[in-house]
Design a binder for this molecule. Structure first.
Ligand SMILES: Cc1cc2nc3c(=O)[nH]c(=O)nc-3n(C[C@H](O)[C@H](O)[C@H](O)COP(=O)(O)OP(=O)(O)OC[C@H]3O[C@@H](n4cnc5c(N)ncnc54)[C@H](O)[C@@H]3O)c2cc1C
Length: 387
């Protein structure tokens, strides 16, 4: 019997993990990625709860732990650099060191996941889907570069601004919720000589953190600002986005003005809104969404990566259980994850208030004692099935 063919749009965390699981279950997998190679950059992301179990079942948990950011702690400083708070018990980005969670740079995680199934997956880099047409039997796909092809199923794992979602579900405006801020991440040399350390600084509605990476040779600058209304900007115009970040962060003090000099040449610059995606149904016919494309929680949830890894495991498992019948598998996938996703999306809203209070943007601009909350209930609210 011919195996079911699946096109995955997006070689991010979700798409790469799904390729591993589907290939292992005997599906024929093609991944199309808009970037010319795996996308570099990104701050640290967290792998928690059932996502650690997924990593273990993929046989990469040990490697994942070996690639962990391994921070010693964090401090919070004022505009002149005066330390207001310090902790060696955890960081604002990764949480409590006592938790079993793994904090890892996004590019290291993508590289690790890619290697798990690269030999069993067809990759089309530097390409993108331009049209999808479903005829009840299959999906006809047109690409920017590759010749048109048909697939049995298509998975949109192409992130918050998913192009697949736009093609199969309609405009983004109908499902996106702006959480009131923007985040950018870029790499700079570790000119401050920080040692496995994170420094946070916030002035009013703008600020962020410096975090060491790659054996202290570099820092990932995490620069954010709040805007009550979404900004209208061109998602493809990187220079304009860099200017936006520059204009919002130039006056926040501490080391930001100096770090922003590295912004212009940063090849791994990432900029996006803190937003969530809410859809009543995660599939349309033979097209289904995974990770940020279907149920983004925003970086404020700290759970986007775990949701994408768990989502990949469950989607592939349900497709295996239903022998490729999407009419059974897609609703089962959503049913299995719905509560877990809702809890994690809610976590973003809780975290937003907590971070504002703890970095000095809360009421009265006071700096509260940094508490690393117990996330375990939400984070572990899903028990993985065996497929
Ligand atoms: C460059 C980058 C940096 C990030 N940095 C952070 C961070 O610092 N902190 C944080 O919490 N989260 C960050 N995120 C988001 C985080 O990676 C996700 O929330 C999480 O890992 C879930 O991943 P995902 O696979 O659903 O989506 P993503 O990780 O966003 O991956 C989506 C993939 O789809 C690709 N893609 C997009 N459009 C198309 C298209 N039209 N055709 C084909 N491919 C397409 C993208 O290039 C990307 O490789 C970042 C995402 C990206 C892309």
């Amino acid at each position: 019997m011919q195996s079911t063919t699946v096109l995955i749009s997006g070689a991010g965390v979700g798409g790469l993990a799904l390729a591993y699981w589907l290939a292992g279950h005997g599906f024929q997998v093609t991944v199309v990625e808009r970037a010319p190679a795996l996308r570099p950059g990104g701050q640290a992301v967290d792998v928690r709860g059932p996502a650690l179990e997924v990593a273990e079942r993929m046989g990469v948990l040990e490697q994942l732990r070996g690639l962990a950011t391994d921070m010693r702690g964090m401090s919070l400083v004022d505009a002149s650099g005066q330390e207001l708070y310090r902790s060696t018990e955890g960081t604002l980005s990764g949480g409590d060191f006592a938790a079993p969670d793994v904090e890892i740079l996004r590019d290291d995680l993508c590289d690790l996941l890619y290697r798990t199934a690269a030999d069993r997956t067809e990759y089309l880099f530097d390409d993108s889907v331009t049209a999808l047409a479903q005829d009840g039997q299959r999906v006809q796909v047109t690409f920017e570069r590759a010749a048109p092809r048909t697939f049995d199923l298509v998975v949109g794992a192409d992130g918050l601004h998913s192009h697949t979602r736009r093609l199969a579900f309609g405009p983004e405006a109908a499902c996106i919720t702006h959480l009131g801020s923007y985040l950018s991440v870029f790499t700079a040399p570790n000119y401050l000589g920080l040692d496995r350390w994170q420094v946070w600084h916030q002035l009013g509605t703008a600020g962020g953190a410096f975090m060491t990476a790659r054996d202290n040779t570099e820092i990932r600058v995490f620069a954010g600002f709040e805007t009550p209304e979404p900004i209208d900007y061109d998602h493809r115009d990187i220079e304009a986005q860099k200017k936006l970040v520059h204009d919002h962060l130039a006056d926040v003090g501490w080391e930001f003005p100096r770090a922003l000099r590295y912004l212009w040449d940063a090849a791994d610059f990432h900029f996006d809104s803190m937003s969530q995606i809410h859809l009543d149904q995660w599939w349309r016919g033979r097209v289904v969404l995974l990770g940020d494309a279907g149920y983004c929680g925003s970086p404020l949830s700290g759970q986007g990566t775990s949701m994408a890894m768990v989502g990949a495991y469950v989607l592939a498992g349900e497709l295996k259980a239903a022998r490729g019948d999407h009419r059974t598998a897609f609703p089962a996938y959503q049913d299995a994850l719905r509560g877990y996703v809702a809890g994690n999306q809610q976590l973003a809203l809780t975290n937003r208030s907590r971070v504002q209070a703890q970095t000095g943007t809360g009421q009265g601009g006071a700096v509260a004692e940094v508490e690393f909350p117990d996330l375990s209930q939400v984070v572990n609210s899903l028990v993985l099935k065996d497929y």
